[in-house]
Every structure is written in structure tokens, then in C-alpha cells.
Design a protein around this ligand. Structure first.
Ligand SMILES: [Zn+2]
Ligand SMILES: [Zn+2]
Ligand SMILES: [Zn+2]
Length: 179
């Protein structure tokens, strides 16, 4: 990423305009916060986002935050990274505002950090799979799971694939109850 927060806030505001979200103070605060998270590259759950916004905005509904972030996933501003241990984290790195454009993710099974890379499946192979299976491919995802550089340098033993440590926080997408 590497752009500054203001650039991301602009892109997020434009996407929210497109989605027909009214220009309210809560919306403005959410765009600011998401811009910060975009610049930091940090993953987060819906609840973490909601809790971080509630201080400035005590009446902000959890359902509103969850709905907005889901819509930002649909318009490719926010990506949702699915770990193999049930953890799902949002990250403001979608191709709409990412200097890499179309990209995929490296997901660390130990610390749940996320990085992106620009390598993609070869187009001719995708077309061959589509043709051979008479399947109209419309999208794909590709996440590589492993251990990040920081975690490799730490002294803890590596969590084996399929039996990672418990997630530090809940799923990104628990049922919304509050309006
Ligand atoms: Zn991404
Ligand atoms: Zn790590
Ligand atoms: Zn791809």
C-alpha cells in the first residue's frame, strides 16, 4: 500500500457515495477510521471496528457498522480474508484503492497478519478449467497460508497447518443484533 490516509479516505467516501450512503457524521467517522486501517494494513473484525468507533459516537449501531463494511467488500474496497481456523478478518486493501490492483493475500496462521502479492493464476489455465468443466468462472480467490517473517524470527514453535492457535478475536461476521 504505502499511500497516505487521506487518499484512502477519499476512495472510501467515493465508494460510500456510490452505495447511496447518506453523508452523516457516523459515516464520516467510519471513513476516517477505515482510511487509517488502510494505511496501516491491519486486519480487523466487525466488532473491533464497531468498538473503535463507539468512543466518538456512542449511538452508532453495531448492525450499521457490519452492514457498511459488508457493502464495502462487495464494491472491492475492503477484502475479507478467511483463515483456516475460523477467523475472518476484514482489511481495507481492496483492488479499488490498492496500488497493486487485482491481488491475493499471504495469511500468517500464527499472528493473523496479512500481506498482499500481485501474482495471479495464469489466465489460460483458468480458461482451460472453465472450458473443461463447462463452468462459467466469474471470480476466484487465492490465499497462501503460512508463517510470516516476524513469526519465523520469534522463538515460539510453529503451529502445524490445520491445528493453529486459537484466534485472538472472534469471527468477523457474527450475527448482528443491534440496530
Ligand atoms: Zn487485499
Ligand atoms: Zn505472523
Ligand atoms: Zn487473481
Amino acid at each position: 500500500m504505502g499511500e497516505d490516509q487521506g487518499f484512502y479516505v477519499q476512495k472510501i467516501e467515493a465508494a460510500l457515495d456510490q452505495l447511496g450512503e447518506r453523508r452523516t457524521r457516523p459515516r464520516h467517522l467510519m471513513a476516517q477510521r477505515l482510511g487509517f486501517l488502510a494505511a496501516s494494513g491491519q486486519g480487523f473484525t466487525g466488532d473491533e471496528l464497531w468498538l473503535s468507533l463507539r468512543g466518538d459516537n456512542p449511538t452508532l449501531g453495531r448492525a450499521t457498522v457490519f452492514r457498511t463494511v459488508r457493502r464495502l467488500v462487495e464494491v472491492q474496497v475492503v477484502d475479507l480474508i478467511d483463515f483456516l481456523d475460523g477467523t475472518k478478518l476484514y482489511r481495507v486493501c481492496g483492488e479499488v484503492l490498492n496500488a497493486l490492483g487485482h491481488h491475493h493475500h499471504l495469511a500468517c496462521l500464527r499472528c493473523h497478519s496479512i500481506r498482499e502479492f500481485s501474482f495471479c493464476l495464469p489466465q489460460d489455465q483458468l480458461e482451460a478449467v472453465s472450458r473443461d468443466n463447462h463452468f462459467d468462472v466469474q471470480a476466484h480467490s487465492l490465499t497462501l497460508y503460512g508463517v510470516c517473517e516476524n513469526c519465523q524470527l520469534s522463538t515460539q514453535p510453529t503451529a502445524p497447518l490445520g491445528a493453529p492457535e486459537p484466534p485472538p478475536s472472534g469471527s468477523a461476521d457474527p450475527p448482528a443484533t443491534l440496530a
